[in-house]
Design a protein around this ligand. Structure first.
Ligand code: SF4
Length: 103
């Protein structure tokens, strides 16, 4: 489902906006894939990880979206392609829940 009505033929740089919008999740601060190549939202300091794992880290809201829109957005999947507001996270969220050792 499109995030909004698109003007036919609209481009951002050399990329059609329709393609960018198609891979963008609701709740992302900007178009997915406009951030550093290969980076995902779970690697971004703005991704407000809720601290739960299902099949990977649970979808979590984007803090930049909240800042821009002044309301909480829909939770964004961990694997969403990063947007232009990407900021590297000091400590990356692991893909699986860490196992505690009882030593
Ligand atoms: S890359 Fe960061 S700022 Fe952009 S949508 Fe993902 S969590 Fe939000």
């Amino acid at each position: 489902m499109a995030l909004f009505d698109l003007t036919p033929g609209l481009h951002r740089g050399d990329q059609p906006v329709a393609q960018l919008a198609a891979r963008t999740h609701k709740g992302q601060a900007h178009f997915a894939g406009t951030g550093p190549a290969g980076k995902q939202c779970r690697q971004c300091a703005r991704w407000m990880f809720v601290g739960q794992w299902r099949h990977g880290p649970a979808p979590s809201p984007c803090g930049k979206y909240r800042e821009l829109m002044r309301q909480k957005g829909k939770p964004v999947p961990y694997g969403a392609a990063a947007c232009k507001f990407f900021e590297p996270r000091a400590q990356e969220i692991p893909l699986a829940k860490p196992v505690r050792s009882h030593a």
